[in-house]
Design a protein around this ligand. Structure first.
Ligand code: GDP
Ligand code: MG
Ligand code: ZN
Length: 293
């Protein structure tokens, strides 16, 4: 890609899943074809959004039937899918390692907002038939989830051959090493395109992304009947959300996660207001010179 591609923000740059027009001798990218959608996450510096993949038909949110399973993290992934208007599918790997995979399935269904939830043994293929409706010619899937949950293993099983190296998880904490180091797109024999990615340690949400909407529809709906429009569901009188918790309608963990995400959103707004335009080299220099504590 010519240097001019690196002048605008990273969202304007071709990313995995994009279609591009090449110059006639195919030596350079001429233009970027308009995307259908773009999955993105917040960058480590908190400023710009980082593209994950473009033109995606389904986001496979991969987690395992073990200690890695975390509903609050799943809710973040659901927001990422919602932001891009992409169909989320929750895939629970390692169902062969537990006697009670249904407890993980039930916990995922409780927060999935109707998104499909499937338990699989990614290693030996049990259960992966259920993922076939999202496969086929022209279908582009993205695998996202923590390191070691079995994303690359699932890709290999769906492909029928070893496309990606996989890593043995450490037994102590169920966390894997980062065996996959970069995003890659794989064409399967049946025409499916699968984008494998390294594990995401921390899933930051961008300013506009962190507006909990459909992923927290139960809380948002109840909030409409709080006495105050800007109710934070803390000490305000006539708070319908807190009443919902007392009556068992809302899981307190969910409200805590909703609050945390709202707090991050406020912080992101503040950053956006107090910093110069994104991606400028000047700003980066400034950050680099800031004294470390
Ligand atoms: N028993 C079992 N092991 C799995 C399953 N999925 C992945 N693994 C193992 O978990 C480890 C990490 O898998 P890997 O695909 O590299 O995870 P990734 O970091 O998400 O790509 C490997 O040792 C896999 O063999 C599964 O469904 N069942
Ligand atoms: Mg991997
Ligand atoms: Zn309230």
């Amino acid at each position: 890609m010519a240097g001019r591609w690196f002048k605008p923000g990273s969202e304007e740059r071709p990313t995995v899943g994009d279609w591009v027009v090449l110059v006639e001798d195919r030596s350079a990218v001429e233009s970027l074809v308009k995307r259908r959608n773009l999955l993105r996450r917040k960058q480590a510096d908190g400023l710009a959004a980082q593209p994950i993949a473009a033109n995606v038909d389904a986001l496979f949110i991969v987690t395992a039937c073990n200690n890695e399973f975390n509903p609050s993290r799943l809710e973040r992934y659901l927001l990422v899918a919602e932001d891009a208007n992409v169909q989320p599918v929750i895939v629970l790997t390692k169902m062969d390692t537990t006697d009670t995979p249904e407890t993980f399935v039930d916990a995922a269904v409780a927060i999935a907002n109707g998104a499909p939830v499937h338990a699989v043994d990614a290693l030996n293929g049990a259960g992966i038939e259920a993922l076939k409706p999202w496969c086929g010619p022209g279908q582009t899937l993205v695998l996202l989830g923590s390191s070691g949950v079995g994303k690359s293993t699932l890709l290999n099983s769906l492909a029928g051959t070893e496309r990606q190296k996989t890593g043995a998880a450490r037994n102590t904490d169920d966390k894997g090493r980062h065996t996959t180091s970069h995003r890659s797109l794989h064409a399967l024999p049946d025409g499916t395109l699968i984008i494998d990615s390294p594990g995401i340690r921390e899933l930051g949400l961008t300013e506009d992304q962190s507006d909990p909407a459909a992923a927290f529809v139960d809380i948002e709906d109840l909030a409409l009947t709080c006495r105050f429009r800007d109710c934070r569901h803390e000490n305000e009188p006539d708070c319908a959300v807190r009443t919902g918790i007392t009556s068992g309608l809302i899981d307190p963990r969910r409200l805590a996660n909703w609050r945390r995400i709202h707090g991050e959103k406020a912080a992101a707004r503040l950053t956006a207001l107090t910093t110069k335009p994104r991606d400028t080299p000047k700003r980066k220099g400034k950050l680099a010179r800031r004294p470390t504590k």
